[in-house]
Design a protein around this ligand. Structure first.
Ligand SMILES: Nc1ncnc2c1ncn2[C@@H]1O[C@H](COP(=O)(O)OP(=O)(O)OP(=O)(O)O)[C@@H](O)[C@H]1O
Length: 244
């Protein structure tokens, strides 16, 4: 289990971007919602170890210092997929994923063989020998997920993975998520509620750097009985984030 209790985080001294945000990941999908600027990317970056923060952090019951120099086991257990995946210039998809595995501490041989299984898991085995920078936007997101799977991260932090994808690529990505979250925890930030919230999902909602909701998808929509599932999700969201 990954448990983070962010008492306070700000990019600059005196500023506060996140306050009293407690998150625990223990398997399955947790969907992180919130309007632009709510702090979703910031929270994922904080969990990924890009920034230190004031608060506590525990991995599998053991306390980890929530500063930037987190232990290797933390860095191996937690994988972060930023909004934009940048391919290493000149490398093939397989080399790109192998390189990430090597950076995360695998031997070159293990990294190369695991890269192929990770690419297969995200449906990109046919692109293994293509230059990574030639992949489409959706394939690039899946390449990013392969980079997280190659070192067997158990906690995946995915920042708006479906943004800008066409419906077919989005469905592929959702299928990849369903497959990986059977054995891992995925925290996914998104504006795409209809595509990513499923009955078994947990929903977290951030607004102005504070957690306004943390519960099951059913609890999220329980006061909104009418309309399609997408309309109920939208109504629930609007009740936490009123229009300005
Ligand atoms: N590197 C940075 N330095 C200073 N402030 C930042 C930095 N990155 C983000 N912020 C600020 O932190 C706040 C939260 O931003 P963040 O990107 O986490 O929001 P978000 O919920 O991910 O938004 P979006 O849905 O638009 O991606 C915003 O006010 C933003 O301007």
């Amino acid at each position: 289990m990954l448990e983070a209790d962010v008492k306070r985080f700000g990019y600059r001294r005196g500023e506060c971007q996140l306050a009293e945000v407690a998150v625990s990941l223990a398997g399955g999908r947790a969907v992180l919602l919130g309007p632009n600027g709510a702090g979703k990317t910031t929270l994922l970056r904080v969990l990924a170890g890009v920034h230190g923060y004031d608060g506590t952090l525990r991995l599998d019951g053991e306390t980890v210092r929530p500063n930037r120099s987190r232990p290797r086991r933390y860095r191996a257990a937690v994988g972060w997929l930023p909004q934009h995946v940048t391919p290493f210039p000149g490398l093939t998809a397989r080399e790109h994923v192998s390189y990430i595995g090597w950076l995360k501490g695998l031997t070159p041989r293990a990294a190369a063989s695991r890269a192929l299984s990770a690419l297969t898991q995200v449906g990109l085995e046919g692109k293994a020998n293509e230059r990574a920078e030639r992949l489409s936007g959706g394939q690039m997101r899946r390449l990013g997920i392969a980079g997280v799977l190659v070192h067997d991260a158990r906690y995946l932090l995915l920042d708006e993975p479906t943004a800008g994808l066409d419906p077919r690529e989005r469905d592929r990505l959702v299928a990849v998520l369903r497959d990986i979250e059977r054995t891992r925890s995925v925290l996914v930030s998104t504006h795409d509620t209809a595509a990513l919230i499923e009955p078994s999902s947990r929903v977290l909602l951030l607004h102005d750097g504070r957690l306004r909701f943390d519960g099951t998808a059913d609890q999220f929509t329980e006061r909104h009985h009418h309309g399609t599932p997408a309309a109920r999700l939208q109504a629930a969201y609007s009740s936490f984030v009123p229009e300005e």
